[in-house]
Ligand binder design. Structure first.
Ligand SMILES: [Zn+2]
Length: 244
């Protein structure tokens, strides 16, 4: 639903910031509905009133700007309670991003814990350990077994074990910076390369581009990463869909 990451890309909407959407069988999950997510879902003709859940990796606005409107859409304005909201505790507590008046619209609100398993109808997923990112943030692996189907490397500073935590057949990597910086808790293309080389997924997809990556042309950068790692790397595009 969108590939923009961080403030400048979101403010300028050079790419959309609607996050990701996952379907497995009849189970539908909206992930990180950032600013304009509801517009992107409408544009792609995804009926939000059929959602089963919403998953928020952390409370930064580019990941949850539209969470309230998506909760209302999922529950038809609260008249038809439905679905589960998964989010870190700090999205609900001090300076909450999920408004109090609509917290009883979903059937359940689940506070994510580190390294824990969750089930949403047919979709099973696990949180990673807490990311290094200022606010409470988790990465995720979807599916079962040693090498599950999908790993989602959300915002974090690089840490030892990040590749192992998210190792999966297909890995989505939030790549905000062209080059990692000690003062910023975000992954750079250099970090993405280390993660891909170590985790050896079947396919890696970079997304959530900051301005630096955008200016470097994500698809060209992806081709260079493929070249250097020997792994297929794609750059996400708004509206792209993947069979996992
Ligand atoms: Zn963030």
């Amino acid at each position: 639903m969108g590939t923009a990451g961080a403030r400048f890309m979101v403010a300028k909407q050079l790419a959309a910031s609607g996050g990701l959407y996952l379907e497995l069988g009849s189970t539908r999950l909206a992930m990180d509905p950032g600013p304009g997510a509801v517009v992107q879902y409408a544009k792609r003709k995804v009926d939000l009133s059929r959602l089963d859940g919403i998953l928020v990796s952390h409370r930064h606005l580019d990941h949850c700007g539209d969470v309230n409107v998506v909760i209302e859409a999922m529950t038809e304005g609260g008249f038809r309670p439905r679905g589960t909201l998964f989010c870190p505790s700090d999205a609900l507590d001090e300076d909450p991003v999920v408004l109090k008046y609509l917290r009883h619209f979903p059937e359940e609100v689940v506070r994510l814990q580190p390294e824990s398993p969750y089930q949403l109808k047919e979709i099973s997923f696990r949180t990673t350990r807490r990311h290094i990112h200022g606010v409470e943030t988790y990465g995720f692996r979807f599916g079962d077994g040693d090498i599950p189907n999908l790993g989602w490397v959300t915002d974090s500073k690089y840490y030892d074990g990040i590749a192992e935590d998210h190792r999966a057949q297909v890995m989505l990597i939030h790549t905000v910076l062209a080059q990692s910086r000690p003062d910023l808790p975000h992954l750079g293309l250099d970090d993405a390369e280390r993660i891909i080389a170590e985790a050896q997924p079947r396919l890696a997809v970079i997304t959530h581009f900051g301005m630096g990556v955008w200016r470097a042309h994500p698809w060209e950068v992806a081709a260079q990463l493929s070249e250097r790692t020997g792994i297929e790397v794609k750059a996400a595009r708004d509206g792209m869909s993947l069979e996992v």
